[in-house]
Ligand binder design. Structure first.
Ligand SMILES: Cc1cc2ncn([C@H]3O[C@H](COP(=O)(O)O)[C@@H](O)[C@H]3O)c2cc1C
Ligand SMILES: O=C(O)c1cccnc1
Length: 354
């Protein structure tokens, strides 16, 4: 089973098309004709060039947008690493489905649809709009044993791939990643430490808002998880299974699946970015499809983004997750494309350039 899953994943990775350098250069050539000093729209120009390179067409239609919120629970919560109880995970899933969470509000404003996926929640959840893809009923406590088996990690990755395939099939062309899982900044910090070499003191943050004492304890928990499981940093699947989480694996698979379908993905804060790092370690080809949205307040986020060569669009001191920062940045993606499509050229507007 594990072998079949790995083969299926490798097959999806093999479908990721290379970046169209020429389309990106053509977009830049067009941009340089527009009525503005060269490069003056800054990152908005870079966004437009990269979107052209991803799609292979100068101005892709990215009007159909979705944010995918993967939800899962974490056995490591029994160590006391979060400021909130684990019951919040299923409760928030119902809130997403009812349209009342922060990400729902921002998605409505950005004209994006919200898809919530139960990939590892430790509760029986039923709702007509819920994508039920449960791989585990919460992970095991990584401070004592591997959070997941290698097979479970692969199942979660492939479940994420499947969600991307289905949404691409429905016509969505631009995605944002989001997550919900009380305790998930702890496995995210452990993954950061193992995959980037950052110390636990620098990768562990305050998450939902723990105090100094709990923060020091959380660092010890991350150190213990790494000591107990001895994840092999050169094997991203091993690291993901031992000190990761189902929603992190699901998002990594989703990113790979979106890239295989030629769709750009805007990644959210710390947890989503760690999932993206796992995706990139599994499939380097997925990297050009990624856009960083905001810089989270969570310690360690900047290093995770830097390790992928990504620079965030904004810094709003947010630390929520759910895909909130990513959905907000859909507005910048829309703006970048509109500017390139609608601005006059020096020639058409009769504006002198020398
Ligand atoms: C009501 C509520 C809504 C949330 N939405 C996202 N998170 C965020 O907080 C959690 C991570 O922080 P930690 O590791 O400290 O538990 C994740 O669920 C993340 O998505 C929330 C947390 C709460 C309490
Ligand atoms: O950056 C994030 O995504 C984040 C930070 C703290 C808590 N939840 C999410």
């Amino acid at each position: 089973m594990e072998k079949e899953l790995k083969e299926a994943l490798d097959q999806v990775i093999g479908r990721i098309a290379p970046f169209h350098e020429q389309a990106a250069l053509d977009a830049k050539a067009h941009s340089d004709q527009l009525t503005k000093p060269t490069g003056s729209l800054g990152k908005l120009e870079e966004i437009a060039f990269r979107l052209a390179g991803i799609s292979g067409s100068l101005w892709p239609d990215l009007s159909r947008k979705a944010v995918v919120v993967m939800a899962g629970d974490h056995g490591v919560c029994e160590e006391g690493v979060s400021a909130y109880p684990k019951e919040v995970t299923p409760q928030m899933v119902l809130n997403f489905l009812g349209g009342g969470a922060a990400v729902n509000v921002l998605a409505r404003q950005a004209e994006a649809d919200v898809y919530c996926v139960d990939i590892g929640v430790n509760a029986d959840l039923e709702h007509p709009d819920l994508l039920s893809r449960k791989v585990v009923r919460g992970t095991a406590n990584m401070a004592k044993q591997p959070a997941m088996s290698r097979e479970e990690a692969l199942q979660a990755l492939m479940a994420g791939v499947q969600v991307a395939e289905e949404l691409a099939e429905k016509g969505y062309r631009l995605f944002a990643t989001g997550e919900m899982g009380i305790g998930n900044t702890t496995p995210s910090a452990a993954l950061t430490t193992v995959l980037t070499g950052l110390s636990p003191e620098q990768s562990v943050g305050r998450g939902t808002g723990i105090n100094d004492e709990s923060w020091r304890h959380k660092i010890e928990v991350v150190k213990r998880a790494i000591a107990v499981n001895q994840p092999d940093a050169s094997d991203p699947l091993d690291v993901l299974a031992k000190v990761g989480g189902a929603e992190i694996a699901g998002l990594a698979g989703f990113i790979i699946g979106a890239a295989a379908n030629g769709c750009p993905v805007v990644i959210d804060g710390f947890i989503s970015s760690v999932a993206a790092l796992v995706a990139v370690r599994l499939a380097e080809q997925a990297k050009p499809f990624l856009f960083a949205s905001h810089l989270s307040q969570e310690q360690g986020h900047a290093v995770v983004l830097e390790s992928m060569g990504l620079s965030p669009m904004v810094q709003l001191d947010m630390r929520l997750g759910e895909g909130t920062g990513a959905v907000l940045c859909f507005h910048f993606i829309d703006a970048a494309l509109k500017l390139m499509q609608e601005m006059a050229t020096f020639a058409s507007a009769g504006v002198s350039r020398e």
